[in-house]
Design a protein around this ligand. Sequence first.
Ligand SMILES: [Zn+2]
Length: 95
Amino acid sequence: MTEHTRSKTYSLSMNIDGFTRNNRYPRGYRNMFSEDGKTLTPAEARTYLALEKAKGRVVIPCSSECGNPCQHEDNGCSGFDYAGGGCPGRYTEGK
Ligand SMILES: [Zn+2]
């Protein structure tokens, strides 16, 4: 008898306003964001957050794991919800 375990994994998300409120520029912005494997400088990070906010986004994914569409679509992730919901989660087989 085997029990089928199915759990959900959520990618962390970050609230843009919360981040800017809790982190001082530039120190708190260092090594926090990366794009295409390259770490953003504090100035680049600030620009990035401003652009995301300008798109009307409230939360952004912390990792490149999730997005919209999500690379884990096959495992049940319906795509990151930038309006505040964050990562809807994806199914991972339990071990
Ligand atoms: Zn996802």
